[in-house]
Design a protein around this ligand. Structure first.
Ligand code: ADP
Length: 363
């Protein structure tokens, strides 16, 4: 019995992407079909290299193709191409997704999560940039172990710093490289607007799948400038589980929603603590941020325990080491990264192209 390309495509129409709830043919994920005497090879292009459901999709494709009469051996090649919801005519045409990481208040681990999201995405094979938008308290230079020195210029453009191994390199830029951290940064709205615009327009970000932006805590000028200057893919909210922190986190969520920025998900940081004997202590009331996400109808990306090694590796500027261990935090970080990548893909496939928000910030 001769197997035709049409038979294969028909069968692949029964395979649904488990996150996007559409079949992989409609989603344009089937890139190539080769048939040779009943042996079939298909290339499926995932929407992110950090797809947590890779093997599930592979299994479903094999199962569907085995149903087709005449099909013998099946090979599935999985590749990945990150998609974007923007029309690429914005000020950062090479950057496919911009993800703002915000929090209701300081000290909840927003920068820690931002750095680890960037590292985790890079380790999954994505091209990643990290912009320290926390102009009032830039901690990215410390957390990435970069020396404070003025960035180089290439023509008119500022060259970002780079961290990580060559195949997973992350481009990094922070106001902390330009203004010493100890100097109190008393910025007024228009100055903040200027510096953020400059970081978007004048830094040579090149081609990136994800640009992670660490925002200042609370609700303020940087978020407004970002939403106004560029189509943000969405925001991640970091919160600790206690009620006083959640009140501020809710406010941050509402601010993004008012700016027309979708919430890609909530991360519960310092969720619990595991002592040396393995007992878990819910110091701040584990589950608070998860409940907040659920009542506000937001995706929950995962929880991260209080882990001394996370703090030590932040202080020593070695975030890649968080992923090199085999502990519980490493698994949680990977799953948060994959959940975020999944939410970004969902957003890109289900929403129309975003436009920068028109908001007057002349105050
Ligand atoms: P924010 O950006 O919200 O102000 P940071 O990311 O700077 O917060 O984190 C504040 C402090 O808490 C840092 O010293 C950081 O290393 C530490 N920290 C953050 N998350 C964790 C965690 N899950 N376990 C242990 N220490 C953490």
């Amino acid at each position: 019995m001769t197997v035709t390309r049409e038979d294969i495509i028909q069968a692949l129409r029964t395979v649904e992407d488990p996150e996007l709830f559409k079949d992989i043919v409609t989603l344009n994920m089937v890139k190539d079909v080769k048939i040779c005497e009943g042996a079939v090879k298909v290339e499926v292009e995932l929407t992110t290299p950090a797809c947590p459901l890779k093997e599930k999709i592979r299994g479903s494709v094999i199962a569907a193709l085995k149903q087709v009469p005449g099909v013998g051996a099946v090979e599935v090649d999985l590749s990945a191409k990150v998609r974007s919801m923007t029309d690429q005519k914005n000020i950062l045409p090479g950057v496919l997704n911009i993800i703002a990481v915000g929090a209701g208040k300081g000290g909840v681990g927003k920068s820690t999560v931002a750095v680890n999201l960037a590292v985790g995405l890079a380790l999954q094979g994505a091209r990643v940039g990290l912009l320290d938008g926390d102009v009032y308290g830039p901690s990215i230079p410390t957390m990435t172990g970069l020396a404070i020195e003025n960035p180089a210029l290439r023509g008119e453009k500022i060259v970002p710093f780079e961290i990580g191994p060559k195949e997973h390199v992350i481009k990094v830029m922070s106001i902390g490289f330009i203004v010493p951290r100890e100097k109190a940064l008393i910025w007024r709205g228009p100055m903040v607007h200027g510096v953020i615009k400059q970081f978007l327009e004048q830094v040579d970000w090149g081609d990136l799948d994800y640009l992670v932006v660490d925002l200042p805590p609370g609700t303020g000028d940087v978020s407004l400038t970002l939403a106004q200057s560029i189509p943000l893919t969405g925001a991640v909210i970091v919160a600790t589980p206690q009620e006083v922190a959640l009140m501020d986190a809710r406010r941050a969520v509402r601010m993004f929603q008012q700016l027309g920025v979708s919430i890609l998900g909530v991360v519960e940081n310092m969720s619990y603590f595991v002592c040396a004997h393995g007992t878990e202590y819910d110091i701040f009331g584990r589950g608070g941020a998860r409940n907040m996400a659920s009542t506000m109808g937001l995706p929950f990306l995962g929880e991260l325990p209080i882990d001394m090694s996370i703090r030590m590796l932040s202080d020593s500027g070695d975030p890649f080491a968080n992923f090199a261990t085999t502990g519980a935090s490493q698994q949680r970080l990977v799953s948060i990264v994959q959940a975020l990548a999944g939410q970004i893909s969902i957003r890109n496939m289900t929403r129309p192209a975003g436009k920068p928000l028109q908001v007057d910030v002349t105050e």
